[in-house]
Design a binder for this molecule. Structure first.
Ligand code: CA
Length: 719
């Protein structure tokens, strides 16, 4: 063999090696690698691509001129249904993605070939603790390890190459209704994780674990505990006196809330962890902290020393939180030019409807403006929702509230509602356009004080009376049409909307923005879209055949740019609302969809089937008993089986269930807990056999309406 041929062969091997490893990767997989993420734009090594969590990619192969050639490269069927909310990571050509029930998948990022799957084998009964479905929003990657938090509160370290478990640790008191749905983050040898559960009643915190051993390094409680129990021996101890001075009564009785269930951002500029803190337990402050108070650190952005967990600063978005206004929504770090100066900022659009820009050196508010309509109560037309606040005082940083919205004395129809003006769906920021791409929603909710406030172990304890949906179809349609979703392009410096793109229905997927000048976003009705980042004009779409709400990502391998997103029905919206859901009785497994220029993979074939509503049983109840049945249904069943028994199609549609045919069978499941191992809780402690029969009568009436409608439609079709 000639030396020339040898040299050619050697260079070919080098080229092949570069191709197989994806982007040119530095050898050390540590904070330095993520800090230098822009030197390997082909990877997506942490939740928001870089520690700034901007979800902005420098890749440009797919741009407004080439996007028309974008086609399916591959798809992968996840092994579970339910909501899919994960942002995948891509490191060294391998995609790490999670599904509902906390499963982790390692896939070849170029082909979708399965490398390994890790199933933490969560007891399905744990599903009853999840307020908003058994979802998972992704993994963290650190030095050859993959970390995932399971819905039952365990944190796992897996070998990235084999999927073998390296360690596991229980991060919560599993006798309490804690859950984990958020993605861990990793930096400087620590793995950070929070938890959820504030609807049922828990005390929130965030923890740091040693990435190599799983040993707890520090924990910061976001709300004070029972003073009688003394200090927690936690990183939060020194600040807890200041926090507890803002509470009243026996706030610790059901935990106080303040869970850190999503935003956890490592800020390398100040070596701090910036976390978003959730709502109170219960929601209703009149029960949680009678007489008011700010209730620190509920609904706050809190900065902690990343190494020790020591308190640095906080900014509270909703003092005296009483509407489920979490500040857990995704936080983006950026350097913005404001009044001629470079400001290091944190940006958040929490549930409460204001867009906040905060100085991350000290937590001071730079600016805040509403991104959904907000007005003073006196300017609000009679019968329409009032805003909880109408402005943020720029000097004090505190909201200017409409006092009526606190539903003291009488109920109030308030916007936003508990779903928020923005929820977990990730927003993105492009340094190129200077715009934030924010999936927003405009929804209202009727808040009514529940004087009785019976605390029920293992169920939602929010301190509100919630009225059942009226039977009148016109009223239902009016409520539905008042809920809107839209993608907003938001200028965070000028604090104003630059363009918007309206969506069908309120749910509205996470966003990705690229240097190719494109914004990618999925929709509740199964579309996956590309829009021009400057104008909002739609330039491409694909049919993902299921709700596509998770954060999309982009990466490149061997010179080809890919765009990936997970899709699947489920999550809070699809459990309670039948509007955009799949055909009834069609629980579908989730999927990963991956696109590239010239992709020609066939779209997976999904056989939707519609099960007819069987003839419902005739159950005679009085008008009063029917209303009582509706109230019992609303209180006990809605969060999983859908408002007014109109299932979102993910969990069993009770109108189609064989169980409603038989009083004894129904009672065995509802009261005696016959299906508890499958995740249907035993209600016997709170629902009597007589109550169960009223619920059955209510469901049977809803089934009759659906049954008659189907018969009419079939009759019309055969005419
Ligand atoms: Ca909540």
């Amino acid at each position: 063999m000639s030396t020339t041929r040898l040299a050619l062969l050697a260079s070919a091997v080098l080229v092949l090696a570069a191709c197989s490893s994806g982007a040119d990767a530095p050898s050390s997989r540590d904070s330095a690698r993520i800090l230098a993420a822009d030197t390997e734009p082909g990877s997506w090594p942490t939740h928001g691509r870089t520690y700034s969590e901007q979800r902005y990619s420098p890749l440009t192969q797919i741009d407004s001129t080439s996007v028309g050639r974008l086609g399916l490269a591959w798809s992968y069927e996840l092994k579970t249904g339910r909501g899919q909310q994960a942002t995948p990571l891509v490191v060294d050509g391998v995609m790490y993605v999670t599904s509902a029930w906390s499963l982790v998948y390692a896939l070849d990022a170029a082909t979708g070939a399965e490398r390994w799957v890790f199933d933490p084998k969560v007891d399905r009964a744990v599903g009853a603790k999840a307020c908003c479905d058994v979802v998972n929003r992704g993994v963290a990657f650190w030095e050859g390890k993959v970390f995932v938090g399971a819905i039952d509160g365990r944190l796992f370290a897996l070998d990235a190459a084999s999927g073998k478990m390296l360690w596991e640790t229980v991060t919560v008191d599993q006798s309490k209704p804690y859950t984990i749905t958020g993605a861990p983050r990793a930096a400087n040898g620590l793995v950070y994780i929070g938890n959820g559960g504030a609807e049922l009643g828990v005390r929130g915190y965030v923890s740091a674990y040693d990435a190599n051993t799983g040993t707890l390094v520090w924990r910061f409680y976001t709300v004070p505990g029972d003073p009688a129990k003394g200090p927690d021996q936690a990183a939060s101890d020194p600040i807890m006196a200041k926090a507890s001075a803002t509470w009243n009564g026996q706030w610790w009785a059901i935990g106080g809330g303040g869970t850190v269930w999503d935003a956890i951002v490592y800020d390398p500029d100040f070596k701090q962890l910036i976390v978003g803190v959730g709502n109170g337990s219960p929601w209703n402050q009149q029960h949680r902290s009678p007489g008011g108070g700010d209730n620190l650190f509920l609904a706050s952005i809190v900065a902690l020393d990343a190494a020790t967990g020591a308190y640095r600063w906080h900014y509270q978005t909703t003092p005296g939180e009483t509407w489920d206004y979490t500040a857990t929504q995704p936080i983006i770090l950026a350097d913005l030019q404001i009044d001629g100066k470079t400001r290091k900022v944190a940006m958040q659009a929490p549930k409460n409807g204001f867009f906040y820009v905060v100085d991350r050196e000290n937590g001071r508010l730079i600016s805040a403006k509403p991104f959904v309509p907000m007005s003073q109560a006196l300017d609000t037309p009679q019968g329409t929702p009032i805003s909880w606040a109408y402005a943020i005082d720029p000097v004090t940083g505190r909201p200017l509230e409409n006092p009526e919205a606190r539903y003291r004395g009488k109920p109030a129809l308030v916007r936003p509602g508990p779903s928020g003006a923005h929820n977990w769906h990730p927003m993105s920021y492009s340094p190129q356009t200077g715009l934030v791409y924010l999936p927003a929603q405009d929804m209202a909710f009727g808040y009514a004080h529940d004087a009785a406030n019976e605390i029920r172990d293992g169920f939602d304890n929010i301190g509100l009376v919630i009225d059942p949906l009226p039977d009148d179809e016109a009223v239902r349609a009016a409520i539905r049409s008042a809920s809107k979703g839209m993608l907003l392009a938001w200028d965070p410096v000028a604090q104003r909307e630059v363009w918007r793109s309206d969506r069908r229905g309120p749910v509205n997927g996470g966003t990705l923005v690229t240097a190719g000048g494109l914004v990618f976003q999925g929709t509740g009705d199964g579309q996956f879209l590309a829009l021009d980042a400057k104008t909002g004009k739609m330039v491409w779409s694909a049919d993902n055949q299921a709700a596509t709400l998770a954060g999309p990502i982009t990466y490149s391998i061997a010179g080809a740019q890919y765009v990936a997103v997970t899709a699947g029905y489920g999550g809070a919206f699809f459990l309670i609302d039948s509007f955009l859901g799949p055909a009834e009785g069609n629980p579908l497994n989730g999927r990963v969809y991956v696109f590239k220029l010239g992709g020609t993979a066939a779209k997976p074939v999904i056989n939707f089937r519609k099960t007819p509503v069987p003839r419902p049983p005739a159950i005679t109840v009085s008008a009063g008993e029917y209303i009582r049945g509706a109230q019992l249904y609303e209180r006990n069943c809605t969060v999983c089986h859908g408002v007014a028994a109109l299932s979102g199609g993910v969990l069993p549609d009770l109108r189609r269930s064989i169980l409603i045919q038989d009083a004894v069978a129904f009672r065995r499941v509802v009261v005696d807990g016959e299906r508890a191992p499958l995740g249907m809780p035993r209600f016997g402690k709170y629902v009597s056999a007589a109550d169960a029969e009223l619920i059955r009568a209510y469901v049977a009436r809803q089934a009759k309406t659906a049954y008659d409608a189907e018969r009419q439609m079939n009759a019309a079709a055969t005419k």
